[in-house]
Design a protein around this ligand. Structure first.
Ligand code: GLU
Length: 417
């Protein structure tokens, strides 16, 4: 067993430290970027369907708002910890900076297992969360969004609760809403679409033919399932393996999105799909494929398995899937990593577009959203790629350098450092 550090916040700080050294960042700026500006811990009593009251723990972390209001999702997960939320809030800060949208980074979480809760219980939990964090969020302060196990319906309940607290409709306080409540066209698949745009650009700079290239997708939530769909539709990838939390499936001849998605809808899992061999989540990562999409949770590519990763490109749609030790190994072995806060920035980019549309109360066509998203993702990809080339560093470090420079500049101009 490796003794590698797997605490996500310690990892986020270690990544920052490496970039700070490379940039020769002044100590005050470095120190200020190492910890969240603010965080709120909340305790939530929720009436359950059986008449009992259950007490949940929740968090909201506002990491850095020098470039604009903090922005980031809320996760409902049984393994949520404050350090995970801190790490995710830090990564949101870098994410908004790398795609150059005028927002800071934040994140929220509730320790719960949404899969074992009824819709009524989930609604009461969502409203209880907003009643507590309502005092620190707002259009100009901190804007929420979906993340792991939180849905447009949950966003609708949260927006509704906040609107009651304020005494007026406040659509812009949360993004990823359903379309009839001020959601944006194109937000649903934006995370995956943005990742696919960066992969398309990577294909160009690497001279890698993506049509017919093989791919494996780990995770079949919002990011992973749309990566399957759009990988097929936009790039002609051949998806040979996919997985969800219950296990994975592999077929070297490829598997069509429409069929796998229907199977998952019918049975609740991807396992058992006709003609496919069962694989574990761990085995899926090590398959001999051209492209890998880690699209589930943190710390799946570590010092323990990185040597066995064979993919030519890893498009990190999950947040934090690769540890710093694994990064070095992948770089040495020539796997081209499109790092998480670049690869998955499409979600927050369209969230930003949603905020803009809410502010104007005027809504764009889906095509318009796709076009603007493409422009943002393509520009960010090339800035990071060129920085990596110029400084001879791995892509994650390059992405950090681009993002930190932007945040540091804002803090300096504001007179914070
Ligand atoms: N939760 C998503 C992320 O990690 C989206 C955040 C947002 O849209 O604000 O990027």
């Amino acid at each position: 067993m490796s003794s590698e550090q797997l605490n996500p916040f310690a990892i986020a700080q270690a990544q920052l430290d490496e970039a700070a050294e490379q940039l020769k960042l002044d100590p005050a700026t470095h120190q200020l970027l190492r910890t969240p500006l603010r965080e709120l811990h909340v305790t939530l009593p929720v009436k359950m369907d059986d008449g009992s009251t259950k007490i949940f723990q929740g968090f909201r972390v506002q990491y850095n708002d020098s470039r604009g209001p903090t922005k980031g999702g809320i996760r409902f997960h049984f393994e949520e910890t404050i350090d995970t939320v801190r790490a995710l809030a830090a990564w949101m800060t870098w994410k908004c900076a790398v795609v150059d949208i005028p927002l800071g980074g934040g994140k929220g979480g509730v320790v719960c297992d949404p899969r074992s809760m009824s819709p009524g219980e989930l609604e009461r939990l969502s409203r209880a969360y907003i009643r507590q964090v309502g005092r620190i969020i707002g259009l100009e302060k901190d804007v929420l969004a979906p993340d792991v196990y939180t849905t447009p319906q949950i966003m609708a309940w949260m927006m509704d609760e906040y609107s009651f607290m304020k005494g007026e409709n406040e659509f812009g306080v949360i993004t990823g809403k359903p379309l009839p409540l001020g959601g944006s066209a194109g937000r649903g698949d934006a995370t995956a679409r943005g990742g696919i745009f960066t992969l398309r650009e990577a294909g160009k700079v690497l001279g890698l033919e993506l049509k017919g290239a093989t791919a494996a997708v780990q995770g079949y939530g919002n990011a992973g399932s749309f990566a399957h769909k759009l990988g097929e539709e936009l790039l002609g990838l051949k998806i040979v393996a996919v997985s969800d939390s219950r296990g994975g499936i592999y077929n070297p001849d490829g598997m069509k999105y429409a069929e796998v998605f229907k199977h998952k809808q019918d049975t609740g899992k991807v396992a058992g799909f006709k003609g496919a061999k069962e694989v574990t989540n761990e085995e899926l990562l090590e398959l001999d494929v051209d492209v890998l999409f880690p699209s589930a949770l943190e710390n799946v590519i570590t010092a323990e398995n990185a040597e066995r990763i064979k993919a030519k490109v890893s498009v990190e749609l999950a947040n934090g899937p690769t540890t710093p030790e694994a990064d070095k190994i992948l770089h040495k072995n020539g796997t081209y990593v499109i790092p998480d806060f670049l690869a998955n920035a499409g979600g927050v980019t369209v969230s930003y577009f949603e905020m803009v549309q809410n502010a104007y109360d005027y809504y764009w066509e889906e095509e318009e959203v796709h076009k603007r998203l493409d422009k943002k993702m393509t520009a960010a990809f090339h800035t990071v790629h060129e920085t990596a080339q110029e400084h001879e560093v791995h892509n994650r470090l390059a992405a950090y350098m681009v993002a930190i420079n932007r945040v540091a500049e804002a803090m300096q101009l504001r007179g914070w450092v």
